[in-house]
Design a protein around this ligand. Structure first.
Ligand code: PRX
Length: 653
């Protein structure tokens, strides 16, 4: 592959564009002047955002930048939990609902800000009794229940950085994260409810703690009340938390005090402990939550469907929304339990106005069919968000029409665990949006699409997405791995942050994310993004979801192999004719160069637990190899099913 041709081809073209509604625009939190204000003086702009928080002591400098180390709001002191809770209660908003919790079995809880604060204070007192002090690391391994947020906020309240480990991870994954962060305490639950049954969590903690570690205690929430093995190390949450004093005076911490570590699993290497601090992180999550979701705290009911085990749950369930005094829905279970309309039923039940979810769920809904959303009243919705993967234009259109009733602006938000908060997104009252595009950088942020030598590619071209100025919620490093931090993010382009995504600018300068550059295919010397071919496939009416990989090809270097899931109601029957049609459809949409060599119809795709497609495994199948490490798959059986399906197709040939 020649270096000169490193940048990505710009293949797909999109003509559709949706301007914000006049009424929405008139009352939007962000008005057009915001771009100019941020551009004129970015540091003054961030300073103004930081002033929206409650600080015990003001900062002496906005930013100290010693590449690649940033300090924001230097010398300032604040407490994250006070910002999320105490100030609402103190200002008379204690009766506002913070969470409508919906358990999978149908149990519910309504928790006001005053109640949430009381629970967090008690939990903070309990942590102190256990011996946790500022700086100690606490691992949190929980289902999606209110105690997960309470535990995080209690840690933040006493300055103990939390390390939330997604409740679906294995004992081994938990142990390696406990070890890496050297956690002193694990907070967990006996189990949770998922897919119509109770699952156990505590046994995984017990299993993990057979390894080497410095964990002194395990705090256990009784969620399912199932039989649970017990040792001297274990303490029931209700036994210690319920008897604590209701008062807890929070101490303020330095703006750069560690708030949390969150591990991102690389596909093969050891997970990276992405490390975030307090003042800058809280500033950017609160600001982005306010302007991107246009939160009107008095009237909106906001629902982010992520799990607290991911960065989206940290930034847009716990910290951003609570700082903004938002009323939210929290749901424990899966979207298809007890039926495929569960999410829509909950939207109707609570009158959800803002929904923030992932393309993988949107495409799953498309696959299930329109009858599920159509059976529920979704007219309270006024804004829709997407995160986690590129959203294909057709999935975007479906989201707009079927979920949003053609009324709701869509914000496609690009960011990462490392960036801590949203970086690229439309602003809903300002930006005219194109289906599938994250549109532009947010006010205060600087990003570029560059070629191999870090030169901006200009409109109409593709390349690498880089962030060329520090931002408040940026990671402060990889926990305990300084060289890896520099190597991973700051070495591809000297002194510039690059975390692996390809992007293109269209003729109008709108940004289109093209997936991870590691996934880029090279077909006859053309660098083609998997996202664009997938989007072309999904734009065919028969296709709900597609994953594309480049497989070694003697003629072309790589050949495009596509795995597609058909939409609900479309039969496999006329398979051969459909495959020809799909190949021609791609050729027509983006050109003959992108025509898949082979298309395989499958029922499922291999996804990580956060919904990202693991193309590496599909590549193994496409290249007829033994499938590699599949331990991070949400459903480990998927690869077997795909391989079996392919085998039977071969047998029929
Ligand atoms: O490849 C990008 C993709 O998800 C990556 C970050 O993943 P994670 O750290 O798990 O955080 C997910 C939630 C923020 C990015 O490098 N990604 C995220 N959002 C988008 C996206 N790709 C395209 N469009 C998005 N809106």
């Amino acid at each position: 592959m020649s270096q000169a041709h490193e940048s990505l081809e710009n293949l797909l073209h999109e003509e559709r564009c949706f301007a914000p509604g006049i009424e929405f625009a008139a009352s939007a939190n962000a008005q057009p002047e915001i771009y100019e204000r941020a551009e004129r003086d970015p540091l003054a702009f961030w300073q103004a955002q930081a002033r929206e928080l409650t600080w015990e002591q003001p900062w002496s400098a906005v930013l100290e930048w010693d590449m690649p180390y940033a300090k924001w709001f230097v010398g300032g002191k604040l407490n994250a939990s006070v910002n999320a809770l105490d100030r609402h209660v103190g200002q008379g908003r204690g009766d506002r609902v913070a969470f409508y919790f919906e358990g999978e079995p149908g149990d519910t809880q309504t928790i006001t800000y005053a109640q949430l604060l009381m629970e967090v204070k008690k939990a903070a007192n309990a942590l102190t009794e256990i011996g946790i002090t500022a700086g100690d690391r606490v691992a949190i391994y929980m289902p999606m229940i209110p105690e997960a947020a309470i535990a995080m906020l209690a840690c933040a309240r006493i300055g103990a950085p939390h390390s939330v480990v997604f409740g679906g991870f294995s004992a081994d994954a938990l142990l390696s994260r406990i070890q890496d962060a050297d956690a002193k305490l694990v907070i967990t639950a006996d189990g949770g409810f998922r897919k119509g049954a109770a699952f156990a969590l505590k046994p995984a903690v017990d299993e993990a703690l057979k390894g080497k570690h410095n964990v002194e205690k395990v705090l256990v929430v009784a969620r399912t009340k199932q039989e649970t093995a017990w040792s001297d190390r274990d303490i029931w949450w209700h036994e210690i938390v319920d008897r604590q004093p209701l008062e807890h005076v929070a101490q303020s911490f330095d703006s750069e005090h560690p708030l949390f570590i969150l591990y991102t699993s690389g596909t093969t290497a050891k997970p990276k402990g992405i490390f975030h601090t307090t003042g800058g992180y809280l500033t950017q999550v609160a600001y982005t939550h306010k302007v991107v979701f246009d939160i009107k705290a008095e009237s909106d009911v906001y629902w982010c469907t992520a799990d607290v085990g991911w960065i989206t749950g940290h930034s847009y369930i716990v910290y951003g929304p609570l700082i903004n005094g938002t009323t939210q829905v929290m749901y424990e279970g899966t979207p298809d339990t007890p039926h495929k309309g569960r999410i829509f039923e909950i939207i109707a039940k609570y009158g959800v106005t803002i929904l923030y979810t992932a393309p993988t769920l949107i495409r799953t809904w498309m696959k299930w069919g329109d009858e599920f959303p159509c059976a529920h009243d979704l007219t309270t919705l006024r804004l829709l968000g997407s995160v986690g993967e590129p959203i294909n234009p057709e999935a975007w259109m479906w989201y707009r029409e079927i979920i949003g009733g053609n009324r709701c602006p869509i914000v496609d938000t690009w960011w990462q665990t490392e960036t801590g908060a949203i970086m690229i997104s439309p602003l809903p009252g300002i930006t005219a949006t194109k289906p599938g595009s994250a549109m532009g950088v947010l006010p205060g942020i600087s990003a570029q699409v560059v070629d191999d030598s870090a030169k901006p590619v200009g409109n109409g071209r593709g390349g690498f997405l880089i962030l060329d100025k520090p931002w408040p919620s940026m990671l402060r490093g990889i926990w305990g791995e300084d060289d890896r931090y520099k190597q991973t993010y700051w070495s591809r382009f000297e002194g510039i942050y690059f975390a692996g995504d390809g992007a293109k600018l269209d003729e109008d300068g709108a940004i289109w994310l093209l997936g991870r550059v590691d996934d880029v295919m090279n077909v006859s010397g053309h660098r083609i993004s998997t996202t664009e071919v997938e989007s072309a496939l999904v734009s065919h009416e028969a296709v709900a979801e597609a994953a594309v990989v480049g497989a070694a090809d003697a003629m072309t270097g790589q050949g495009i192999v596509a795995f597609v899931i058909l939409r609900g109601g479309i039969a496999h029957a006329d398979g051969e004719a459909l495959l020809v049609e799909l190949r021609n459809h791609v050729a027509k949409q983006i050109g003959p160069i992108a025509k898949p060599r082979q298309i395989l119809i499958v029922n499922e795709l291999p996804k990580t637990r956060s919904g990202k497609i693991m193309r590496r495994l599909l590549k193994d199948v496409a290249e007829d190899r033994q499938v590699g490490d599949a331990t991070t798959l949400a459903d480990p059986n998927v690869m077997k099913l795909i391989a079996a399906g392919l085998q039977s197709a071969k047998d029929e040939d």
